[in-house]
Every structure is written in structure tokens, then in C-alpha cells.
Design a protein around this ligand. Sequence first.
Ligand code: CA
Length: 346
Amino acid sequence: MKKLFCLLSVILSLLCSAESSAEVYSRAQISPAANYLSYPAMRAFIERMVQRGFDRNYLVQTFSRIRRDEKILSSAANPAEKKPWRNYRPIFLNETRIRSGVNFWNMHQQALQAATQRYGVPAEYIVAIIGVETLYGRNTGKYNVLRSLTTLAMDFPKRSAFYLSELEHYFQLIREEGLLNPMLLRGSYAGAMGLGQFISSSYRKFAIDFNGDGHRDLWNPEDAIGSVANYFYHHGWQRGADVAVPALLGRDIPGDLVSTDASKPRLLLPLLQQYGVQALGKINSTHVGLLELFGASGVEYWITGDNFYVITRYNHSPKYAMAVFQLAQEIKNRKNLQSINKKKGI
Ligand SMILES: [Ca+2]
């Protein structure tokens, strides 16, 4: 009897997989609220994924359960990076984030040291990235990653090509990592995952197993530390080079030397000095740029280096990179102070 039952289920599953795509779609669309299966872009996506070896039934059933999330769309239309620097800076440069950064560093000292040694990225930058992204893992995001990526791929035209590609990477990631249920992973409204908030394509390319347990898991602090350092390494981080330094402008300089975006540094320091730009500290970098920001006390100028540009490969806003740079310095100074006080027995 048991054998007969098994045989019947095999025949049934064969029959199911043989049904046409039209039947699969019409059955999945019975649910009353409109779902993404009615979008031509979704049908084209599913066809593409079938060609990549994914099962049509599995995809149709999965997407029949996904509904658009308006909150995701409004967050995507109003990112924090739209704020001027004077309002953006206090979100990240505050006592909680500095103190918790020192604690995170103390807690994961070994992994941070190993990452710095292997990839050349100082610990304070790895800590600051994880601090800016998720407050050291306290806020890795509660959104269903699949719902975020689908909503943005289908209903956010400005970046739909990017999110369509990330949606494909997401399914590939799920398959490669041996995860059975694509609904389980949680992340930011934009589908970023883990302590360092890696989007699917970055997860696939740059996440590493840094604690040697055989799995790359970006919700694990040690794997996240190694992965952030690996990400910077692959984007050209220069060991020992500086990131940025404040600058004073002596007289008018050509407007095209000043940038307000994350363009690649292409100047040499002596040229800026010829125009009377004064660096208020040391900046060791092959190329430099001159960045203008609108801070709490007015216009600020910064000489930025190649490594500043590397930080913008994580998030293309110069305000983001500046927040990471300044938070890194604050955390490092606080940690040094803590060590000095410890030695003095304070
Ligand atoms: Ca691991």
C-alpha cells in the first residue's frame, strides 16, 4: 500500500511539472488582491529564471504570496542621504554610536585584528561601517528581503533595473547557500542583509566565512567583520593611506576642482596647494579630491583620498563616507583614551 502511494505521488508530481505555464499562472492568480504575477515584467523575470534552471512552479507559488509594500516605496523615495550634512551627521556621530563602537571593538578584537592584517583595512573603519549600517547588529532590519526586492524591482521605476538584477542574485544566493525558503531572510527596506547590510550581489561576491565554521553568515559578527574588510579590499583599499582631512580655501579656486558628489579623486595634492588650499593635518594618498559639505557652522571643505572613494563604493553618498570616516576617528580616539586610562588605573 505504501509503495502504491509512493508511485501515485511520483506520477502526480510528474503530471504537475508537465502542466503548462498558463495553468500555473491562472491557478496562482485566484487570490483576490492583485499580485505581482499580473505584471508583464514579473512574467518576463520568471521566464528568465526558468532559463537559469529554476522551477516555474516554485517561482509562481513564491511570487503569488508577495504583495507590494508602500512603506518600502516611500523609504526608497526619501533616503537619509537626501538630508544636508548638518542634519545627516548627528544621526551617526553621537555618544551611543561611539561608545557602542568601542564595546564592539573590544568584544571582537581578535577578528578585527585578523581582518586588518589580511586586508589592510584598519579596525576603526570596519567597526564604523557596521555601526553606521546596523548599530553593531542591533538593527539588521525587519523587512522580508524578497518582498523588498520584488516591490522595488516592480514598482520603483527609477531603480528597477538594479533591483531586478538584485532579485535574480537573491534567488541565486538562496540556491548557493542551500536555503530552502526564500521568505525567511530579513533585512532593510532595500533588501540589505546582515551586520554590514550586504545586498544580494555583494553577498555573493564579497561575503566570506571568517570564523571558519564552514558557512558565510553575515548575521555573525566575525563573518561580517571579515566580509566588510574583503569588500573594501576588492574595491581598492590602500593599506596605510589616509581617508580625509579638513581643508581651508585661501582664495578663489576653479569651480571644477570642487566636488559635491562621490566622484573619483583625480588631483594631486601639490596642485591644490598651488591654488592656496591648506590641509589641516596629514593626508597621505596617491590622488586627492576637494569636497564641499554644508555643515552646522556653514560650508566645510575636505581633502579626500583614494580610500574615501573606496568607502563610497559601499554607499555612493559622500555624506555616508564622511560619517563613516568621522565615526571611525571618534571610536579610535575613545578606544585609545580607554587604554590610557586603563594603564593609569582610572
Ligand atoms: Ca562563518
